[in-house]
Design a protein around this ligand. Structure first.
Ligand SMILES: Cc1cc2nc3c(=O)[nH]c(=O)nc-3n(C[C@H](O)[C@H](O)[C@H](O)COP(=O)(O)O)c2cc1C
Length: 277
């Protein structure tokens, strides 16, 4: 069994120098060891288990308890294949027994505002953000609960690649949009730990200070190059930039972010009822 220092170090792929408590609760150890799982057995997930997991998703904090999100659970084989066909690069969508879509949802609260005889005056950027954060937190609570029950999952932002068709397939109405999908199933693979940036890159003590960031990222790049090199398949936009012999994490980030993804997203949201003012 790993010590708490090994578990914390494992998250960063290196020995952890700081103090750690002698023992960690199981939920914390599990969080430190979590990773996406993209291969599943054909075993179904019971309805009773799904009900518990969905209650865990709904246990997430939510802005003013407005609960501006919806969760669509898809198990029907034909419908799952239809969604998978819209995302051919995401092979595991075909093999997960359950596919879940987490949506930001302004529709329900707007409707009940009007049903109570009030004018709805909250169709703006703040509501867009609150609904998105609500949906994301619900998804993470679902993920943590599912992983603690031995299930595996992986979020899928690629569902936003063909938004119109995806929303049409799931009957997603105006005022609602998917923030991400989630493949879910019993793991057929143990997955792989994806070491994170050191705390010094991400955590700022007292005030924001990123003056040392270049050195920290260089160290992370070197560590990942040694332990988890990026294969030609994993390198972004090789059609444009070719294959690097030693593609670092930060080079791959730069490759990815040098090409605009989903440029039509804002237009889709506006067309789908979000003012974004
Ligand atoms: C909002 C969101 C969207 C994601 N979309 C995808 C996706 O479309 N395809 C995919 O394979 N993984 C997707 N992921 C999973 C990330 O690639 C993964 O979390 C990241 O590489 C870190 O790996 P780990 O979760 O195993 O530690 C997504 C994760 C998040 C949070």
């Amino acid at each position: 069994m790993s010590t708490s220092a090994e578990l914390v170090g494992g998250r960063y792929g290196r020995t952890f120098q700081g103090d750690t408590p002698e023992e960690l609760p199981a939920a914390v150890s599990q969080l430190l060891e979590r990773r996406c799982i993209r291969r599943y057995t054909a075993e179904p997930i019971s309805d009773s288990m799904m009900d518990v997991l969905l209650a865990c998703a709904q246990s997430a904090p939510t802005k003013s308890n407005l609960q501006q999100y919806s969760i669509i659970v898809t198990t029907d084989e034909d419908l799952r294949m239809k969604l998978a066909d819209l995302n051919p690069d995401t092979g595991h969508m075909k093999y997960c027994p359950v596919f879940i879509t987490f949506c930001a949802d302004m529709r329900r609260a707007k409707r009940l505002t009007e049903r109570n005889g009030f004018d709805y005056a909250s169709n703006n950027m703040d509501t867009f953000l609150n609904a998105t954060v609500d949906a994301a937190l619900a998804m993470q609570c679902f993920i943590s609960a599912a992983e603690s029950m031995g299930l595996g999952c992986a979020p899928i932002s690629q569902v936003r690649n063909r938004m119109e068709e995806f929303c049409a397939a799931l009957g997603i109405p105006e005022g609602v949009f998917p923030i991400a999908g989630l493949t879910l199933g019993w793991p057929d693979w143990e997955g792989r730990m994806n070491a994170r940036l050191p705390q010094s890159a991400v955590v700022h003590r007292e005030k924001y200070d990123d003056s040392g960031i270049d050195d920290v990222v260089d160290g992370y790049d070197a560590q990942r190059l040694e332990t988890n090199p990026i294969s030609a398949d994993g390198q972004r936009h090789t059609d444009k930039y070719g294959v690097s012999e030693n593609c670092t994490w930060s080079e791959n980030v730069a490759r990815q972010l040098s090409v605009t993804e989903r440029a039509g997203f804002r237009d889709f949201l506006v067309k789908n009822g979000f003012d974004l003012a």
